[in-house]
Design a protein around this ligand. Structure first.
Ligand SMILES: Nc1ncnc2c1ncn2[C@@H]1O[C@H](COP(=O)(O)OP(=O)(O)OP(=O)(O)O)[C@@H](O)[C@H]1O
Length: 249
């Protein structure tokens, strides 16, 4: 069945960053992704929502090329330069912040790019700090710097702000939006947070029963405000698609 697609206005056709054709993944005979067809245009910010266990991380891992079973299936096309950020910063504790960032970089100007990336995420002056000296939010800033220093065509983010407090998360949303607008990678963001999805993404996909159940275009200019009343209709649509009622208990 084709996903339910809702779009208020059609944007101009652009090149495609990611193409999935009949992507299927099962674990021990249980189908998690059930023939997913999906194209992500280059430069688009897409969010992937879904209940716990719906297969969001499985889909992201497949797109990242981390799932060897899917990689050889021929149903997946993704760019060569891909960066992934996770909920945990995955900074190496025995390397200083700049050295962690440089893990993603090569070329003789790498150190300069690493410093510039740290400045861009608000960590200028913290180059020689150890990861243990960073707050959770700062560690995620460093992880974003590390991901961007490779100049990825595609940035994959698996609940990157899921472990942060609500106020830090709001600041990280602004940072990610600025980084995306400056560098313009295609972004696929896995999240549980409906507000995070609608404030950041051009397009929100809801994964349900192994399929894209809803494909919703968010037709509001960036930067967006959480207070924008026009986002309310999108929130409502997504909560309904997720089956969230007033009293989910
Ligand atoms: N390597 C694996 N082996 C067996 N089962 C797996 C494996 N990876 C994922 N699964 C199963 O696939 C289903 C989807 O998992 P996945 O982590 O993709 O969900 P998710 O939507 O990202 O969930 P969450 O939001 O809780 O992170 C789950 O039932 C999970 O147990």
């Amino acid at each position: 069945m084709a996903p339910h697609t809702e779009q208020l206005t059609g944007g101009p056709a652009t090149s495609t960053a990611v193409e999935l054709r009949s992507l299927t993944r099962s674990f021990e005979g249980r189908t998690v992704l059930d023939g997913i067809d999906l194209s992500l245009p280059a430069g688009q910010f897409t969010a992937l929502l879904g209940h716990s266990g719906s297969g969001k991380s499985t889909l992201l891992r497949a797109v990242a090329g981390l799932d060897h079973q899917v990689a050889g299936s021929g149903g997946l096309r993704a760019p060569e330069r891909v960066s992934v950020v996770f909920q945990d910063s995955r900074l190496l504790p025995w390397r200083r912040v700049l050295d962690n960032v440089l893990l993603g970089a090569d070329g003789k100007d790498a150190a300069a790019r690493g410093r510039a990336a740290l400045a861009e995420v608000g960590l200028a002056g913290r180059e020689r700090a150890w990861p243990s000296e960073l707050s959770g939010g700062e560690a995620q800033r460093a992880a974003l710097a590390r991901s961007l220093v490779r100049e990825p065509e595609l940035l994959l983010a698996d609940e990157p702000f899921g472990a942060l407090d609500a106020l830090t998360r709001i600041r990280m949303h602004a940072l990610l939006r600025r980084l995306w607008q400056h560098h313009r990678p295609s972004v696929l963001l896995v999240t549980h947070d409906v507000d995070e999805a609608i404030v950041l993404a051009d397009r929100v996909l809801v994964l349900d029963k192994g399929r894209i159940g809803l494909d919703l275009t968010i037709d509001r200019p960036h930067p967006r405000s959480y207070r924008d009343p026009l986002l309310g209709a999108y929130r409502e649509r997504l909560l309904t698609a997720l089956g969230v009622t007033e009293d989910p208990a």
